[in-house]
Design a protein around this ligand. Structure first.
Ligand SMILES: Nc1ncnc2c1ncn2[C@@H]1O[C@H](COP(=O)(O)OP(=O)(O)OP(=O)(O)O)[C@@H](O)[C@H]1O
Length: 333
């Protein structure tokens, strides 16, 4: 099958700074791929090169099997949804959604059918005659998504589309986006710095570390088998704990660091690592216990609301089925 998108050793430098030192990846038709990484890691630059808003210094960008380097954004068969909704204030919702189709010369009846279909998918039907100023932030973002849908692009590109929404609406819109992806069966590339969005939306996640692809995999692959410390610490909340490899017996040769997820620690008065509790957070169904011990800081996620006070001694034992060993370079062993 021809990949919907392929990057072959794509490089980008701004002035003297190499922002993308060489990225290669393939996205299959219908996949939802999320680019994730901390601020400044180059996610937006990569997305903007795919969109044609930025030119790579070298390398090939292929969309649907055709090389699109040098092809204008409008001719790439893509639709982009930004963090800022970028709606036209003087046009109605329907007008905003249909503008690109009108400009492309699509007949009115066909245009209206496309708008009606997108409005149905996004529950925008009652709002079609409103102007952007009369909409909430979440509704505006849905219009921006609708504007992308009506164009039936080969590739949807999303650049942090939820970051202007409040937490509750972000969660809700995330679920809507996942449903939309299922319903459309479209190929989607999505940029975020939020690992929860990446974990919940992606078929596959691309983790970027200072322009390098640190790992590509399904959410559970990254969670269960992070390729290096960077991915291990970025994926999963609360973050993975890191201790010197000598903290427990059984380190493989070359191990420098032991990674333990908070989910994989449990009190064990006999065998556990001795720690002193520094802080306890009761979240209702679970409790986060923060402690010092074995030459590091440890966070454990315990179920229920155990009575543990700061200052007490607590022995925490790792689940042996979930140990992550890393060498001096930070690579997984
Ligand atoms: N037009 C530009 N000129 C010079 N440097 C740039 C330009 N655009 C981006 N950069 C730099 O390239 C690096 C990557 O930026 P980019 O916006 O791709 O990161 P990002 O991962 O999307 O970050 P954020 O989440 O903060 O948007 C940053 O160091 C940024 O300062």
């Amino acid at each position: 099958m021809t990949p919907a998108l392929q990057l072959r050793d794509v490089r980008k430098t701004f002035g003297k700074v190499e922002v993308i030192p060489g990225a290669s990846l393939s996205v299959m038709p219908g996949e939802f791929v999320v680019f994730v990484g901390p601020s400044g890691c180059g996610k937006s630059t990569l997305l903007r090169m795919i969109a044609g808003l930025e030119a790579p210094d070298s390398g090939d960008i292929m969309i649907g099997g055709a090389r699109v380097n040098g092809v204008s954004p409008a001719r790439r068969g893509i639709a982009m949804v930004f963090q800022s909704y970028a709606l036209y204030p003087h046009l109605t919702v329907a007008g905003n959604m249909g503008l690109a189709l009108k400009q492309a010369g699509m007949p009115r009846a066909e245009r209206e059918a496309a708008i009606a279909e997108a409005a149905r998918m996004l529950a925008l039907e009652p709002l079609l005659d409103r102007r952007p100023a009369q909409l909430s932030g979440g509704q505006r973002q849905r219009v921006a998504i609708g504007r992308a849908i009506v164009r039936r692009p080969k590739l949807f590109l999303f650049d942090e589309p939820l970051s202007n929404l409040d937490a509750a609406l972000r969660g809700q819109t995330r679920i809507e986006l996942a449903r939309l992806h299922r319903e459309l069966g479209a190929t989607m590339i999505y940029v975020t710095h939020d690992q929860v969005e990446a974990m919940t939306l992606a078929d596959r996640i691309v983790v970027l570390d200072r322009g390098h692809i640190a790992q590509i995999g399904t959410p559970m692959e990254l969670y269960d088998r992070p390729a290096n410390r960077f991915v291990a610490s970025f994926i999963g909340a609360p973050a993975m704990n890191f201790l010197p490899a000598a903290a427990i017996p059984g380190a493989p040769p070359g191990a420098e660091t032991l990674g333990l997820r908070p989910d994989h620690l449990a009190p064990d008065p006999a065998e556990g690592i001795p720690t002193e509790v520094t802080h306890v957070e009761h979240l209702g169904p679970e409790t986060l216990v923060h402690a010092t011990g074995a030459g590091g800081l440890l966070t454990a996620r315990l179920t229920g609301a155990p009575e543990i006070a700061p200052g007490t001694a607590l022995r925490l034992a790792p689940n042996r089925a979930h140990l992550h060993w890393f060498d001096a370079a930070g690579d997984r062993l």
